[in-house]
Design a protein around this ligand. Structure first.
Ligand code: C2O
Length: 531
């Protein structure tokens, strides 16, 4: 072997090991974090209970990176449940092993075990988040993942009212609280086949706020400065509830969503679906005082019970905080009004397949080792098995029979993919936030009723479509999305209402390797958990 060919081999090896260790350049850096998943006692709504947390914090720690940075997060499970962590929205180019959905890309981390997630955050800026991806643990195991432009190289594409970057950045996590262990809530529902209990409160950064009992002294308060423009980073971390959000007296300028910048637009109310994030600029240009931020459910399914409570937090830029007395309690914003089966079990499906997770090995492992037999099949149908009037008043009961299965849809590396996500009126029509792992996608168009290619294709926005990782498919309507399959691996697509994923509203894409190492899935890390 000549010395030049051995050099080639050496440098190839070097490339491979760099990929595993995180490639660090002079500008990008590597961050190491330890996440210990454990119980902590908290008191909400007059009641103390133990909840699952990361490092005892609720919400969990915020991670702040610059685009191009590499994250190394060692997760140690000191709790009683299996757990995994998903980095919601991170593309995980070639690093599917670090994506996190239980039994899709990895076996769960058992109590007492640990696993280290390693990935680079590239080509995405804005707000993402992380959450447990096992059962309903994400109710309390979640936190923000903030991605700023690359240091010294890039800047925000927006400025404040003085032509400067926003002065302060405030992460705002909206969540859902149960007066019992969320794992018990979903277990009870799975046992009986009924719908799970609705939550007892909506929360802002873990606190229900002034309108709930025993909550007002802990209401989340954001102290801001009169005249300043701040960047608010909203994350809907609620399990099952789409939310309207408003800040009384203030206009919000939306500048980003799901870690992609948007064409700026102004609004007084946001609708954020579970899984989605929205970045807005707000200028505190009202008379000094205290202003309520409020959020409550957008309940799109008729006749389905929902948590109709309202959470509040306070933006405070009063002249002096001691002067705030009971006769100047903050004003409330106006939020849109909310809309608002018989010996069977609830179930949900895509193309009539109700997704079932494997239990002995993850889909990604069995794909990587070329041993799909018994774990999954690659016959997820490209179309619904029967065409019917999906959004009709009364969908015949004969069409309510989904088949359980662990089916994936295979995509060649580099394939251009268009999906028509069509909602149905089976049992109850509802807005479904559909999320795809490992990808951002363009939303070309949305509409009500049944998608009709003959007339609706003309509505596609091919100029400046928004890019997201979660699309809220309208009630009894449709959305058309596109992406290029440039990330090999197994990627879950599911409704981000956890109650629906529990019922099977999910499927997975299997994106094959392309040519050469840079178009191929990395090798699994040595500490990948065993089932
Ligand atoms: Cu927020 Cu499957 O994820």
């Amino acid at each position: 072997m000549s010395s030049s060919s051995s050099r080639t081999i050496m440098s190839l090896l070097l490339i491979v090991s760099l990929a595993l260790l995180c490639s660090t350049t002079t500008i990008a850096k590597q961050q190491y974090h330890e996440f210990v998943v454990k119980e902590a006692a908290v008191t909400r709504l007059c009641k103390s209970q133990n909840i699952m947390t990361v490092n005892g914090q609720f919400p969990g720690p915020s991670l702040e990176v610059n685009e191009g940075d590499c994250l190394v997060v060692k997760v140690t499970n000191k709790g009683p449940y299996n757990v995994t962590v998903h980095w919601h929205g991170v593309r995980q180019m070639r690093t599917g092993w670090s994506d996190g959905p239980e039994f899709v890309t990895q076996c769960p981390i058992r109590p007492g075990q640990s696993y280290t997630y390693r990935f680079t955050v590239q080509g995405q800026e804005g707000t993402l988040w992380w959450h447990a991806h096992s059962s309903w643990l994400r109710a309390t195991v979640h936190g923000a993942l903030i991605i700023r432009p690359r240091r010294g190289v890039a800047a925000y594409p927006f400025v404040n009212n003085h032509g400067k970057p926003p002065v302060r950045e405030i992460p705002i996590l909206l969540g859902e609280w149960w007066n019992m262990n969320p794992i018990d809530v979903v277990r009870a529902a799975t046992r009986t086949g009924a719908a799970p209990n609705i939550s007892d409160a909506i929360t802002v950064n873990g606190q229900p706020g002034d309108l709930y009992k025993c909550s007002s002294k802990d209401t989340t308060t954001f102290r801001v400065k009169s005249g300043e423009t701040n960047l608010l980073r909203f994350i809907n971390a609620a399990l099952n509830t789409e939310l309207f959000v408003s800040l009384v007296g203030h206009t919000m300028t939306v500048v980003g969503a799901d870690a992609s910048y948007t064409k700026p637009y102004s609004t007084s109310v946001l609708m954020i679906a579970p899984g989605q994030t929205t970045d807005v600029l707000v200028t505190f240009d009202q008379p000094p005082g205290r202003y309520y931020l409020a959020a409550r459910a957008y309940a799109s399914a008729q006749g389905v019970p929902f948590d109709n409570t309202t959470t509040t937090a306070i933006f405070d830029y009063g002249a002096s905080s001691s002067s705030s007395s009971s006769n100047n309690s903050p004003a409330m914003p106006t939020l849109p009004a909310c809309g608002g089966p018989n010996n069977t079990r609830f179930t949900a499906s895509i193309n009539n397949v109700s997704f079932v997770l494997p239990s002995t090995v993850s889909i990604l492992q069995s794909h990587y080792h070329g041993a799909s037999t018994g774990v999954f099949t690659a016959d997820f149908p490209a179309n619904p098995p029967v065409t019917f009037d999906y959004t009709a008043q009364n969908v015949s009961r004969g069409l309510w029979q989904p088949e359980p299965g662990t089916k994936v849809y295979k995509l060649k590396y580099g394939a251009a993919v268009q999906l028509v996500l069509q909602g149905t009126n089976i049992f109850a029509a509802e807005n479904h936030p559909i999320h795809i792992h490992g990808y951002d996608f363009y939303i070309l168009a949305e509409g009500f009723g049944n998608f009709d290619a003959a007339t609706d294709t003309a509505k596609f926005n091919l100029d400046d479509p928004p890019m997201r990782n979660t699309v809220a498919v309208p009630v009894n309507g449709w959305a058309v999305i596109r992406f290029v399959a440039d990330n090999p691996g197994v990627w879950l697509m599911h409704c981000h209402l956890d109650v629906h994923i529990t019922w099977g509203l999910a499927m997975a894409f299997l994106v094959e390797d392309g040519v050469g190492v840079l178009q191929s899935l990395e090798a699994p890390p040595p500490d990948l958990p065993l089932c």
